[in-house]
Design a protein around this ligand. Sequence first.
Ligand code: SF4
Length: 427
Amino acid sequence: MTDHSDLEPVRAPLPVGAAPRRPTRQVQVEWGGRIVRVGGDAPVVVQSMTNTDTVDAIATAIQVKELAQAGSELVRITVNTPEAAREVPAIREQLDRMGVSVPLVGDFHYNGHKLLGQFPECAQALSKYRINPGNMGGGKKRDDNFAQMIEVACRYEKPVRIGVNWGSLDHELMARMMDDNSKRAQPWDAQAVMRDALVVSAISNARRAEELGLSPNGIVLSCKVSHVQDLITVYRDLSARCDYPLHLGLTEAGMGSKGIVASTAALAVLLQQGIGDTIRISLTPEPGGDRTREVIVAQEILQSMGLRAFTPMVVACPGCGRTSSTVFQELADSIQAYLRRQMPVWKTRYPGVETMNVAVMGCVVNGPGESRHADIGISLPGTGEIPSAPVYIDGERSVTLKGDSIAEEFQLIVEQYVERRYGAGNQ
Ligand code: SF4
């Protein structure tokens, strides 16, 4: 037996999991009877943004529907021109006709005060306004424009996100803070001043919105930057200096694996510390790529961290020289896709199914062990192994599959398991 007597004993079980969420106010974003709660004791909300031209109401409504069906709980659309603002009520109506109740968030820059004032039906059809205080002009004009947007939010009882972005940070504020910095005995570097300015801009604009009459329970804040370490530092600071719910996102995260990895690295650190009430993953889609990818990535971050459950997870080994074919990769892929496809129906028919774990393993080395730990698992034969695939259900070896239709048979076993374990007879 291995001797471990020289190891320092651990005095108590080590804690597992994220820190408790930072206490915040709670904002309600509503459409019809649908209420999405952000902050407080609400789960971290997944949101996304369309990339269609808002003027094309049908294309935008279709994409909003796709994002909502993928699991986006709020969907933001850009409202950048009078033509776009005019189409917002049509988009909302089209969604309502399709039975899609996801609240819409209007993304405003430069001219939001004018558009919200000129198009009251647009102001009404949106459930929340995103305001960027860094691009509303300067001096008194900026203050007036900001006040006009807040006045509309108060009139229609809509919450706002005050979204500061380092690509459009308030120049006057930054200049003032750089001046003040130069008077410090030991001036900070410009990056540190910029990070501080982002936080100061977000919080001071939120306070101004409150002075103008907006409820503090109607304000969400964000301070987006495009570098992971800056984002973590900014949000730690922001979370310590206010109790507004926070929208997390790494802006301009990028394409493909770079965007996913950078977003995950930044958001996971913050979420682990209990910081963040709603997330958006700003992925650049591949040409012709699927916009819903950003929703799936957001869900996978939250589910991998054990913060929420959306769809059954498939554990699959990476494969190695012991796997003689691509059968197990294909099976892992097809089962994950199958489970995701079923979820729109399963989530109401089989409550709790989203927490199910499925293992698809490539050989006998870790296959039976990992499969036993899953709710349901299959261990496929590796090179030189007997061509059979034992299936494990709730930790016990069940049937052994053989032949060319292992994938179909395994899918059927998963379906039967879901019905048995999560079906109405079991509630
Ligand atoms: S379970 Fe088998 S096939 Fe999969 S990585 Fe491990 S050794 Fe390789």
